[in-house]
Design a binder for this molecule. Sequence first.
Ligand code: FAD
Length: 365
Amino acid sequence: MSKQVVIVGGGVIGLLTAFNLAAEVDRVVVCDQGEVGRESSWAGGGIVSPLYPWRYSPAVTALAHWSQDFYPQLGERLFASTGVDPEVHTTGLYWLDLDDEAEALAWAVREQRPLSAVDISAAYDAVPVLGPGYRHAIYMAGVANVRNPRLVKSLKAALQALPNVTLREHCQITGFEQEGGRVTGVRADDGVLAADDVVLSAGAWSGDLLKTLGLDLPVEPVKGQMILFKCAEDFLPSMVLAKGRYAIPRRDGHILVGSTLEHAGYDKTPTEDALESLKASAIELLPALADAEVVGHWAGLRPGSPEGIPYIGAVPGHEGLWLNCGHYRNGLVLAPASCQLFSDLLLGREPIIDPAPYAPEGRLL
Ligand SMILES: Cc1cc2nc3c(=O)[nH]c(=O)nc-3n(C[C@H](O)[C@H](O)[C@H](O)COP(=O)(O)OP(=O)(O)OC[C@H]3O[C@@H](n4cnc5c(N)ncnc54)[C@H](O)[C@@H]3O)c2cc1C
Protein backbone atom coordinates (compact mmCIF):
# COMPACT_ATOMS: atom_id res chain seq x y z
CA MET A 1 0.00 0.00 0.00
CA SER A 2 1.39 3.37 -0.98
CA LYS A 3 1.49 5.17 2.36
CA GLN A 4 3.92 6.75 4.79
CA VAL A 5 2.97 5.99 8.39
CA VAL A 6 4.60 7.93 11.24
CA ILE A 7 4.49 6.27 14.66
CA VAL A 8 4.97 8.47 17.73
CA GLY A 9 6.58 6.43 20.51
CA GLY A 10 8.85 3.40 20.22
CA GLY A 11 7.86 1.24 23.17
CA VAL A 12 6.68 -2.31 22.61
CA ILE A 13 3.42 -0.99 21.16
CA GLY A 14 5.00 1.41 18.65
CA LEU A 15 7.73 -1.06 17.65
CA LEU A 16 5.38 -3.99 17.11
CA THR A 17 2.95 -1.75 15.24
CA ALA A 18 5.83 -0.72 12.97
CA PHE A 19 6.87 -4.35 12.50
CA ASN A 20 3.35 -5.35 11.41
CA LEU A 21 2.82 -2.34 9.14
CA ALA A 22 6.24 -2.56 7.47
CA ALA A 23 5.12 -5.67 5.58
CA GLU A 24 2.10 -3.81 4.17
CA VAL A 25 2.94 -0.14 3.51
CA ASP A 26 5.67 1.77 1.64
CA ARG A 27 7.32 3.54 4.55
CA VAL A 28 7.19 3.49 8.32
CA VAL A 29 8.94 6.04 10.55
CA VAL A 30 9.12 5.54 14.32
CA CYS A 31 9.96 8.65 16.37
CA ASP A 32 10.96 8.41 20.01
CA GLN A 33 11.94 11.26 22.29
CA GLY A 34 14.62 9.02 23.82
CA GLU A 35 15.98 5.68 22.75
CA VAL A 36 13.32 3.24 21.61
CA GLY A 37 12.24 0.61 24.14
CA ARG A 38 13.71 2.30 27.20
CA GLU A 39 10.57 3.37 29.06
CA SER A 40 7.75 1.24 30.48
CA SER A 41 8.38 -1.56 27.99
CA TRP A 42 11.89 -1.94 29.39
CA ALA A 43 10.89 -1.45 33.03
CA GLY A 44 8.03 -3.95 33.23
CA GLY A 45 8.10 -7.49 34.59
CA GLY A 46 6.98 -9.23 31.40
CA ILE A 47 4.38 -11.63 32.81
CA VAL A 48 2.43 -12.79 29.77
CA SER A 49 -0.86 -12.57 31.67
CA PRO A 50 -2.74 -9.90 33.58
CA LEU A 51 -1.85 -10.29 37.29
CA TYR A 52 -5.42 -11.25 38.21
CA PRO A 53 -6.99 -12.05 34.83
CA TRP A 54 -10.45 -12.79 36.27
CA ARG A 55 -10.74 -9.21 37.58
CA TYR A 56 -10.59 -7.69 34.09
CA SER A 57 -13.31 -6.97 31.52
CA PRO A 58 -13.92 -9.27 28.53
CA ALA A 59 -12.20 -6.59 26.40
CA VAL A 60 -8.86 -7.11 28.16
CA THR A 61 -9.37 -10.89 28.30
CA ALA A 62 -9.92 -11.11 24.53
CA LEU A 63 -6.62 -9.32 23.77
CA ALA A 64 -4.75 -11.33 26.43
CA HIS A 65 -5.90 -14.71 25.13
CA TRP A 66 -4.99 -13.95 21.53
CA SER A 67 -1.57 -12.66 22.60
CA GLN A 68 -0.78 -15.56 24.93
CA ASP A 69 -1.29 -18.03 22.11
CA PHE A 70 0.87 -15.92 19.78
CA TYR A 71 3.84 -15.11 22.07
CA PRO A 72 5.90 -18.30 21.58
CA GLN A 73 5.90 -17.91 17.79
CA LEU A 74 6.66 -14.19 18.04
CA GLY A 75 9.65 -15.00 20.28
CA GLU A 76 10.94 -17.69 17.91
CA ARG A 77 10.47 -15.51 14.84
CA LEU A 78 12.34 -12.56 16.37
CA PHE A 79 15.15 -14.80 17.66
CA ALA A 80 15.56 -16.45 14.26
CA SER A 81 15.68 -13.15 12.38
CA THR A 82 17.80 -11.07 14.80
CA GLY A 83 19.81 -13.47 17.00
CA VAL A 84 18.39 -11.68 20.08
CA ASP A 85 16.24 -14.10 22.09
CA PRO A 86 13.25 -12.47 23.86
CA GLU A 87 13.27 -15.55 26.14
CA VAL A 88 9.62 -16.47 26.34
CA HIS A 89 9.90 -18.59 29.49
CA THR A 90 6.92 -20.79 30.33
CA THR A 91 6.91 -21.47 34.08
CA GLY A 92 3.26 -21.37 35.16
CA LEU A 93 2.07 -19.10 37.99
CA TYR A 94 0.97 -19.82 41.59
CA TRP A 95 -1.40 -17.41 43.33
CA LEU A 96 -1.24 -17.82 47.12
CA ASP A 97 -3.94 -17.09 49.71
CA LEU A 98 -6.24 -15.20 47.36
CA ASP A 99 -9.47 -13.72 48.71
CA ASP A 100 -11.33 -14.21 45.43
CA GLU A 101 -10.24 -17.75 44.60
CA ALA A 102 -13.82 -18.84 43.86
CA GLU A 103 -14.18 -16.05 41.28
CA ALA A 104 -10.86 -17.03 39.73
CA LEU A 105 -11.88 -20.67 39.41
CA ALA A 106 -15.30 -19.78 37.97
CA TRP A 107 -13.60 -17.51 35.43
CA ALA A 108 -11.24 -20.32 34.42
CA VAL A 109 -14.16 -22.67 33.74
CA ARG A 110 -15.95 -19.98 31.71
CA GLU A 111 -12.85 -19.04 29.74
CA GLN A 112 -11.50 -22.59 29.49
CA ARG A 113 -8.16 -21.63 31.00
CA PRO A 114 -5.88 -24.21 32.68
CA LEU A 115 -6.22 -22.71 36.16
CA SER A 116 -7.11 -24.94 39.11
CA ALA A 117 -6.91 -25.20 42.88
CA VAL A 118 -3.91 -27.16 44.13
CA ASP A 119 -3.22 -28.66 47.51
CA ILE A 120 -0.91 -26.29 49.39
CA SER A 121 1.53 -29.17 49.98
CA ALA A 122 1.76 -29.63 46.19
CA ALA A 123 2.65 -25.94 45.86
CA TYR A 124 5.43 -26.37 48.47
CA ASP A 125 6.66 -29.50 46.64
CA ALA A 126 6.78 -27.63 43.33
CA VAL A 127 8.37 -24.49 44.82
CA PRO A 128 10.46 -25.62 47.81
CA VAL A 129 11.82 -22.09 48.40
CA LEU A 130 8.33 -20.71 49.10
CA GLY A 131 7.96 -18.95 52.46
CA PRO A 132 6.10 -20.62 55.34
CA GLY A 133 2.49 -20.16 56.36
CA TYR A 134 0.59 -20.04 53.06
CA ARG A 135 -2.72 -21.87 53.36
CA HIS A 136 -4.11 -22.23 49.84
CA ALA A 137 -3.02 -21.89 46.24
CA ILE A 138 -4.27 -21.90 42.68
CA TYR A 139 -2.04 -22.61 39.71
CA MET A 140 -2.23 -21.78 36.03
CA ALA A 141 -0.03 -23.90 33.82
CA GLY A 142 1.32 -22.46 30.59
CA VAL A 143 1.77 -18.86 31.80
CA ALA A 144 5.03 -17.44 30.46
CA ASN A 145 7.14 -14.40 31.10
CA VAL A 146 9.02 -12.58 28.39
CA ARG A 147 12.37 -10.90 29.01
CA ASN A 148 11.01 -7.54 27.97
CA PRO A 149 14.31 -5.63 27.64
CA ARG A 150 15.37 -8.31 25.14
CA LEU A 151 11.98 -8.27 23.44
CA VAL A 152 12.32 -4.56 22.65
CA LYS A 153 15.98 -5.04 21.69
CA SER A 154 15.06 -7.77 19.21
CA LEU A 155 12.17 -5.72 17.81
CA LYS A 156 14.56 -2.80 17.33
CA ALA A 157 17.06 -5.05 15.53
CA ALA A 158 14.31 -6.53 13.34
CA LEU A 159 13.15 -3.03 12.33
CA GLN A 160 16.70 -1.78 11.68
CA ALA A 161 17.07 -4.60 9.14
CA LEU A 162 14.00 -3.51 7.16
CA PRO A 163 14.75 -1.10 4.28
CA ASN A 164 11.40 0.70 4.49
CA VAL A 165 11.58 1.48 8.23
CA THR A 166 13.34 4.46 9.82
CA LEU A 167 13.88 4.69 13.56
CA ARG A 168 14.35 8.28 14.68
CA GLU A 169 15.62 8.30 18.25
CA HIS A 170 15.95 11.48 20.35
CA CYS A 171 13.21 12.97 18.19
CA GLN A 172 10.49 14.53 20.30
CA ILE A 173 7.12 15.13 18.68
CA THR A 174 5.50 18.33 19.91
CA GLY A 175 2.30 18.51 17.87
CA PHE A 176 0.38 17.58 14.75
CA GLU A 177 0.16 19.17 11.30
CA GLN A 178 -3.41 19.54 10.02
CA GLU A 179 -5.13 20.48 6.78
CA GLY A 180 -8.91 20.76 6.51
CA GLY A 181 -9.62 18.49 9.49
CA ARG A 182 -7.06 15.91 8.39
CA VAL A 183 -3.83 15.20 10.23
CA THR A 184 -1.06 15.36 7.65
CA GLY A 185 2.04 14.93 9.77
CA VAL A 186 3.81 15.64 13.02
CA ARG A 187 5.94 18.46 14.31
CA ALA A 188 9.31 17.32 15.57
CA ASP A 189 11.87 19.46 17.36
CA ASP A 190 13.85 19.56 14.09
CA GLY A 191 11.02 20.17 11.60
CA VAL A 192 7.85 18.69 10.14
CA LEU A 193 7.41 15.06 9.12
CA ALA A 194 4.66 14.43 6.57
CA ALA A 195 2.47 11.36 6.93
CA ASP A 196 -0.57 9.74 5.39
CA ASP A 197 -1.33 8.27 8.81
CA VAL A 198 -0.02 9.16 12.28
CA VAL A 199 -0.14 6.59 15.09
CA LEU A 200 0.05 7.80 18.68
CA SER A 201 1.67 5.08 20.81
CA ALA A 202 3.49 7.32 23.26
CA GLY A 203 2.62 5.30 26.36
CA ALA A 204 2.07 7.39 29.50
CA TRP A 205 2.75 10.59 27.48
CA SER A 206 -0.03 10.00 24.91
CA GLY A 207 -2.55 12.27 26.64
CA ASP A 208 -0.20 15.26 26.60
CA LEU A 209 0.16 15.12 22.84
CA LEU A 210 -3.56 14.72 22.22
CA LYS A 211 -4.18 17.83 24.37
CA THR A 212 -2.54 19.89 21.61
CA LEU A 213 -5.64 19.05 19.54
CA GLY A 214 -8.00 19.98 22.39
CA LEU A 215 -8.78 16.31 23.09
CA ASP A 216 -8.77 14.84 26.58
CA LEU A 217 -7.43 11.28 26.61
CA PRO A 218 -7.65 9.80 30.11
CA VAL A 219 -4.20 8.17 30.07
CA GLU A 220 -1.92 9.06 32.98
CA PRO A 221 1.45 7.87 34.27
CA VAL A 222 1.33 5.27 37.06
CA LYS A 223 4.77 4.68 38.52
CA GLY A 224 5.90 1.13 39.21
CA GLN A 225 9.12 0.11 40.96
CA MET A 226 10.82 -3.28 40.70
CA ILE A 227 13.86 -4.95 42.24
CA LEU A 228 16.12 -7.65 40.82
CA PHE A 229 18.06 -10.48 42.45
CA LYS A 230 20.54 -12.96 40.93
CA CYS A 231 20.19 -16.55 42.12
CA ALA A 232 21.05 -20.03 40.84
CA GLU A 233 19.34 -20.92 37.57
CA ASP A 234 17.03 -23.46 39.23
CA PHE A 235 16.22 -21.33 42.30
CA LEU A 236 12.61 -20.58 41.38
CA PRO A 237 10.81 -22.98 39.00
CA SER A 238 7.57 -21.00 38.74
CA MET A 239 6.21 -17.48 39.08
CA VAL A 240 4.57 -16.86 42.46
CA LEU A 241 2.21 -14.11 43.60
CA ALA A 242 0.84 -13.18 47.05
CA LYS A 243 -0.65 -9.99 48.49
CA GLY A 244 -0.23 -8.16 45.18
CA ARG A 245 3.51 -8.80 44.96
CA TYR A 246 5.12 -11.31 42.60
CA ALA A 247 8.42 -12.99 41.79
CA ILE A 248 9.38 -13.78 38.21
CA PRO A 249 12.26 -16.13 37.35
CA ARG A 250 14.28 -15.45 34.19
CA ARG A 251 16.02 -18.42 32.60
CA ASP A 252 19.47 -17.40 33.90
CA GLY A 253 18.41 -17.16 37.57
CA HIS A 254 17.61 -13.45 37.71
CA ILE A 255 14.51 -12.98 39.88
CA LEU A 256 12.37 -9.86 39.49
CA VAL A 257 10.15 -8.78 42.35
CA GLY A 258 7.46 -6.17 41.81
CA SER A 259 5.83 -3.87 41.98
CA THR A 260 4.55 -0.62 43.42
CA LEU A 261 1.60 1.38 42.09
CA GLU A 262 2.16 5.11 42.61
CA HIS A 263 0.59 8.27 41.26
CA ALA A 264 3.62 10.56 41.14
CA GLY A 265 3.31 12.30 37.77
CA TYR A 266 6.29 11.75 35.48
CA ASP A 267 8.77 11.23 38.33
CA LYS A 268 10.67 7.97 37.77
CA THR A 269 13.08 8.18 40.69
CA PRO A 270 13.44 4.88 42.58
CA THR A 271 12.84 5.43 46.31
CA GLU A 272 14.30 3.95 49.48
CA ASP A 273 10.78 3.25 50.87
CA ALA A 274 9.86 1.17 47.83
CA LEU A 275 13.16 -0.70 48.00
CA GLU A 276 12.52 -1.69 51.62
CA SER A 277 8.90 -2.61 50.97
CA LEU A 278 9.76 -4.73 47.89
CA LYS A 279 12.61 -6.43 49.77
CA ALA A 280 10.23 -7.29 52.64
CA SER A 281 7.71 -8.76 50.19
CA ALA A 282 10.45 -10.71 48.43
CA ILE A 283 11.67 -12.24 51.71
CA GLU A 284 8.14 -13.10 52.83
CA LEU A 285 7.51 -14.89 49.51
CA LEU A 286 10.96 -16.49 49.18
CA PRO A 287 12.91 -16.27 52.47
CA ALA A 288 16.22 -17.33 50.88
CA LEU A 289 16.28 -13.94 49.12
CA ALA A 290 17.31 -12.44 52.48
CA ASP A 291 20.81 -13.70 51.66
CA ALA A 292 20.74 -12.61 48.01
CA GLU A 293 21.99 -9.27 46.75
CA VAL A 294 19.64 -6.77 45.14
CA VAL A 295 21.39 -6.20 41.82
CA GLY A 296 18.89 -3.77 40.32
CA HIS A 297 16.15 -1.32 41.34
CA TRP A 298 14.26 0.88 38.90
CA ALA A 299 10.94 2.54 38.13
CA GLY A 300 8.83 2.86 35.00
CA LEU A 301 5.66 4.73 34.05
CA ARG A 302 2.69 2.62 33.06
CA PRO A 303 0.19 4.22 30.67
CA GLY A 304 -2.77 4.11 33.07
CA SER A 305 -6.24 4.06 31.51
CA PRO A 306 -9.78 3.49 32.85
CA GLU A 307 -10.17 -0.26 33.56
CA GLY A 308 -6.91 -0.84 31.72
CA ILE A 309 -8.73 -0.99 28.38
CA PRO A 310 -6.41 0.34 25.67
CA TYR A 311 -7.38 2.83 22.98
CA ILE A 312 -7.02 1.18 19.58
CA GLY A 313 -8.37 2.80 16.43
CA ALA A 314 -9.08 6.05 14.60
CA VAL A 315 -9.55 9.40 16.36
CA PRO A 316 -12.96 10.74 15.33
CA GLY A 317 -12.92 14.16 13.70
CA HIS A 318 -9.18 13.98 12.93
CA GLU A 319 -8.84 11.82 9.84
CA GLY A 320 -5.40 10.24 9.54
CA LEU A 321 -4.80 10.15 13.32
CA TRP A 322 -4.86 6.82 15.16
CA LEU A 323 -4.33 5.63 18.74
CA ASN A 324 -2.67 2.50 20.06
CA CYS A 325 -2.04 3.36 23.72
CA GLY A 326 -3.26 3.13 27.32
CA HIS A 327 -2.32 -0.50 28.02
CA TYR A 328 -1.73 0.25 31.71
CA ARG A 329 -0.44 -2.82 33.62
CA ASN A 330 -0.68 -5.22 30.67
CA GLY A 331 1.07 -3.68 27.69
CA LEU A 332 3.54 -6.51 27.29
CA VAL A 333 0.96 -9.27 27.32
CA LEU A 334 -1.54 -7.31 25.22
CA ALA A 335 0.96 -6.05 22.63
CA PRO A 336 0.69 -8.80 19.96
CA ALA A 337 -3.12 -8.70 19.77
CA SER A 338 -3.32 -4.90 20.10
CA CYS A 339 -0.84 -4.34 17.28
CA GLN A 340 -2.44 -6.97 15.04
CA LEU A 341 -5.90 -5.48 15.63
CA PHE A 342 -4.50 -2.02 15.04
CA SER A 343 -2.93 -3.00 11.71
CA ASP A 344 -6.18 -4.66 10.62
CA LEU A 345 -8.06 -1.42 11.28
CA LEU A 346 -5.54 0.87 9.59
CA LEU A 347 -5.30 -1.38 6.54
CA GLY A 348 -9.06 -1.97 6.30
CA ARG A 349 -8.79 -5.74 6.84
CA GLU A 350 -11.15 -8.05 8.73
CA PRO A 351 -10.17 -7.46 12.41
CA ILE A 352 -8.91 -10.42 14.49
CA ILE A 353 -11.40 -9.57 17.25
CA ASP A 354 -14.32 -7.17 17.69
CA PRO A 355 -12.68 -3.70 17.79
CA ALA A 356 -15.66 -1.90 19.41
CA PRO A 357 -14.51 -1.98 23.08
CA TYR A 358 -11.19 -0.29 22.22
CA ALA A 359 -12.49 2.38 19.82
CA PRO A 360 -11.45 5.91 20.84
CA GLU A 361 -14.87 7.18 19.66
CA GLY A 362 -16.97 8.07 22.72
CA ARG A 363 -14.05 7.48 25.12
CA LEU A 364 -12.23 10.80 24.64
CA LEU A 365 -13.47 13.51 26.97
C1 FAD B 1 7.02 -1.98 37.14
C2 FAD B 1 6.20 -2.38 35.95
C3 FAD B 1 5.83 -3.73 35.81
C4 FAD B 1 5.10 -4.13 34.69
N1 FAD B 1 4.83 -5.46 34.52
C5 FAD B 1 4.15 -5.88 33.42
C6 FAD B 1 3.93 -7.27 33.19
O1 FAD B 1 4.38 -8.12 33.96
N2 FAD B 1 3.20 -7.64 32.11
C7 FAD B 1 2.68 -6.72 31.23
O2 FAD B 1 2.02 -7.10 30.28
N3 FAD B 1 2.92 -5.39 31.40
C8 FAD B 1 3.62 -4.96 32.48
N4 FAD B 1 3.84 -3.62 32.68
C9 FAD B 1 3.18 -2.65 31.79
C10 FAD B 1 3.89 -2.51 30.48
O3 FAD B 1 5.27 -2.31 30.72
C11 FAD B 1 3.30 -1.31 29.71
O4 FAD B 1 1.89 -1.43 29.62
C12 FAD B 1 3.85 -1.24 28.28
O5 FAD B 1 5.24 -1.32 28.28
C13 FAD B 1 3.39 0.02 27.57
O6 FAD B 1 4.05 0.09 26.33
P1 FAD B 1 4.03 1.41 25.46
O7 FAD B 1 4.77 1.11 24.21
O8 FAD B 1 2.62 1.89 25.35
O9 FAD B 1 4.76 2.50 26.36
P2 FAD B 1 6.35 2.81 26.59
O10 FAD B 1 7.15 1.58 26.64
O11 FAD B 1 6.41 3.72 27.77
O12 FAD B 1 6.72 3.57 25.28
C14 FAD B 1 6.26 4.86 24.97
C15 FAD B 1 7.37 5.56 24.22
O13 FAD B 1 6.88 6.81 23.73
C16 FAD B 1 7.96 7.73 23.76
N5 FAD B 1 7.40 9.08 23.73
C17 FAD B 1 6.59 9.65 24.65
N6 FAD B 1 6.27 10.91 24.28
C18 FAD B 1 6.87 11.13 23.09
C19 FAD B 1 6.92 12.25 22.20
N7 FAD B 1 6.25 13.39 22.46
N8 FAD B 1 7.65 12.14 21.06
C20 FAD B 1 8.34 11.00 20.78
N9 FAD B 1 8.32 9.91 21.60
C21 FAD B 1 7.59 9.97 22.74
C22 FAD B 1 8.70 7.38 25.04
O14 FAD B 1 10.05 7.84 25.01
C23 FAD B 1 8.59 5.86 25.08
O15 FAD B 1 9.74 5.21 24.53
C24 FAD B 1 4.63 -3.17 33.74
C25 FAD B 1 5.02 -1.85 33.88
C26 FAD B 1 5.79 -1.44 34.97
C27 FAD B 1 6.21 -0.01 35.07
